[in-house]
Design a protein around this ligand. Structure first.
Ligand SMILES: C[S@@+](CC[C@H](N)C(=O)[O-])C[C@H]1O[C@@H](n2cnc3c(N)ncnc32)[C@H](O)[C@@H]1O
Length: 291
């Protein structure tokens, strides 16, 4: 079935749609896993990424040179989730979950409810590929196009009623949305009382332009151009009810984790703020709390 739906099948351009980007980023988790000093282990990533994921990664030279940013992002979100659970989170909602396998690879409370949302072909592919695996918590998957505003509001409200304290995560989603779409999504996520935290990756206008130039063409050709890198930085989310409580630069994190080349390590040591960046290339994992 996954083959019919296109995920992981061959032929055509390497990146055919937004979901193919999930195969690509899973490759970086697989490669980190293969290192003797791996910062996390995702033993299912290689299988999920498949040969197609490897081909995409190899074709994205700029992505290959910046693989550290995906490793840092994964590591930061792992830490963020573990801390949120320690502090009482009883639900994790992973929007655009792609091929993330945290419910299988992290040590989680059995009673934790984990909800993955993604487009139907992606969930079909993932469920088929992971059919023999057992998650360590209560895992539920929702096939949904998150651009369907009515459907997502209904989903968030329903999940909100089932949780005392939910943490939402989204990695590699909002960069593909317009400012207005991100704002509306942020507002919808702020509606349920129990949705208290949101972990999301953010880039500066400078990094957006750099990525558009160096990675953008195959993504645009696949109908998924890179669009979002707000001037305001994390404060973009304030009017929508979300206050930044933790902002971790991916570059500085990758430096601390020893995943940078010498040149990049020197750059990572330069003083940097977590506010407005202007033309400076900057990417971060941000944790927002509901106002
Ligand atoms: C770059 S991948 C990131 C996947 C995952 N979060 C990770 O970091 O590995 C982008 C994901 O967003 C999903 N996606 C994009 N637009 C979506 C939409 N409108 N509704 C649901 N999922 C969407 C894609 O199917 C894909 O799995």
């Amino acid at each position: 079935m996954a083959e019919q739906m296109g995920i992981a099948s061959s032929g055509g351009p390497l990146i055919r749609n937004i979901s193919d980007t999930a195969l690509w980023v899973a490759v970086y988790r697989a490669r980190e896993t293969a290192r003797p000093d791996a910062l996390f282990r995702d033993p299912l990533a290689a299988k999920l990424a498949g040969e197609r994921g490897e081909q995409i990664a190899r074709s994205m030279q700029f992505g290959e040179r910046h693989a550290w940013s995906y490793v840092a992002r994964t590591w930061l979100v792992d830490q963020m989730i573990a801390k949120q659970i320690q502090q009482g989170a009883d639900m994790v909602v992973n929007l655009a979950a792609g091929l993330d396998t945290r419910p299988y690879r992290m040590d989680l409370p059995r009673s934790l409810r984990w909800i993955e949302v993604d487009l139907p072909p992606m969930i079909d592919y993932k469920e088929q590929a992971l059919s023999g695996e057992k998650a360590s918590c209560e895992l539920e998957r929702v096939r949904m196009d998150l651009s369907n505003v009515e459907a997502r509001r209904e989903l968030f409200a329903g999940l909100g009623r089932k949780a005392k304290k939910a943490v939402v995560i989204s990695e590699g989603l909002i960069v593909y949305l317009t400012r207005d779409e991100v704002g509306m999504l942020a507002r919808d996520l702020a509606a349920p009382a129990s949705f208290q935290f949101w972990g999301v990756d953010l880039i500066s206008p400078g990094l957006l332009r750099m990525l558009q130039k160096n990675l953008g063409n195959p993504l645009t050709a696949a109908g998924s151009p890179l669009k979002f890198g707000p001037e305001e930085g994390p404060d973009f989310f304030l009017p929508y009810g979300w206050r930044p409580v933790q902002v971790d630069s991916l570059l500085k994190t990758a430096g601390r984790l020893k995943r940078l080349s010498l040149g990049m390590r020197l750059v990572s040591m330069l003083p940097a703020s977590n506010g407005r960046q202007g033309s400076r290339p900057w990417g971060a994992m941000c944790l927002f709390a509901k106002e």
